[in-house]
Design a protein around this ligand. Sequence first.
Ligand SMILES: Cc1cc2nc3c(=O)[nH]c(=O)nc-3n(C[C@H](O)[C@H](O)[C@H](O)COP(=O)(O)OP(=O)(O)OC[C@H]3O[C@@H](n4cnc5c(N)ncnc54)[C@H](O)[C@@H]3O)c2cc1C
Length: 399
Amino acid sequence: MTSHILIIGAGFAGVWSALSAARLLDQAQRGDVRISVLAPQPQLRIRPRFYEADAHTLQAPLAALFEVVGVNFIRGHAEHIDSQARQVGYVDDNGQHQQITYDRLVLAAGSQVARPAVPGLAEHSFDVDQMESAVRLEQHLASLADLPASPARNTVVVCGGGFTGIETATEMPARLRAILGEGQARVVLVDRGSSVGAALGAGITPSIIAASEQAGVQWLTGASVVAVDAGGVTLDNGDYIASKTVIWTVGVKASPLTAQVAGERDGLGRLRVDDHLKVVGQAHIYATGDVAWAAVDELGNHALMTCQHAIPMGRHSGNNAMADLLGLEPVVYRQPKYVTCLDLGEWGATFSEGWERELKLQGLEGKAMKQQINTVWIYPPAADRAQALAAADPLIAIV
Ligand SMILES: Cc1cc2nc3c(=O)[nH]c(=O)nc-3n(C[C@H](O)[C@H](O)[C@H](O)COP(=O)(O)OP(=O)(O)OC[C@H]3O[C@@H](n4cnc5c(N)ncnc54)[C@H](O)[C@@H]3O)c2cc1C
């Protein structure tokens, strides 16, 4: 009898889960397990680049790749997980409600920017979290050219000075120059931390300061946004910044589908998984990528919501779901090496190693590394069966 692995999500973790499951099936020379990916579109959306211009192009098609490795793609949006009945309810491309059963489920539905209950935030702010929202921001930026110059038109406020906020803010001056012309734009980054890049460590802070100064990005530290309206933002000290473009980058939370699986969760909503990425307490459900709360070493470090972690996690979760069905040994997920590569606009980028973020490359050398990562390494393999399956080996050395 044929059994079925269902993977929800075609992001980094979902794609690599599908490939690694197909690889193990191929190696075992078995044909009695079907692998399906359920997602709204057969494309890998390159979220790490959504602060760039031309957001609609930042995706890689998956149909040919899935076909060549024997993965069935189902276009739809999962709404309901019934772990007792091993069934997923979803809305298909025609808006019809459908049910699909599974023997092993791999939840790879990713994450979303968190939007706290700040008045006006939902109505009046933009983000760079998903392709649709990045495109909406891009269309809005283009439309600024039709407005008469004013402080509100010319000012972009980026809320949050973490990785996404910094990458967005330092990219923004060049993007605005292309739309508004020289010398018009003002970019303000509002961050709760007491100093520039406070949360990111001393190793890369001098680069962030240098890049912000070169780009003219103004940091307002020790400040929080308490309200947003059509004309700008109000800060917790009562100051008002006139701006037609407020970009929210603070906080991320795991897909709401995680709430439908019984289990322990961390503060980001991620499901606690064991060393094989199976959800603790669930016999048939794996979680991977941004929905998984997974240990990366024996020292107490956990995977972050990054594709640096989602890709290797995918190589393990798909492999292990398939191993479970085939009666083979699973592979333990460990990823002790951690690096960061922070884009800093025209100044360049930083590349650091270790949880303390020791600086290894900066400026244009760092930028070359960032471009290699963001335009080559994180893209899916070509639609070549042998190559794609080989690339999905969970034992490939990480980073
Ligand atoms: C602006 C930005 C910059 C970033 N920079 C970096 C960086 O420099 N380095 C780094 O490593 N990471 C970075 N990240 C984080 C990285 O993009 C995520 O960690 C990564 O995308 C997680 O992969 P994933 O497969 O878990 O989820 P995602 O890539 O989010 O994929 C989720 C998939 O699930 C699908 N899905 C969601 N809900 C459903 C549903 N209900 N039913 C069916 N399918 C569903 C989605 O359509 C998608 O196919 C950045 C993210 C952003 C937004």
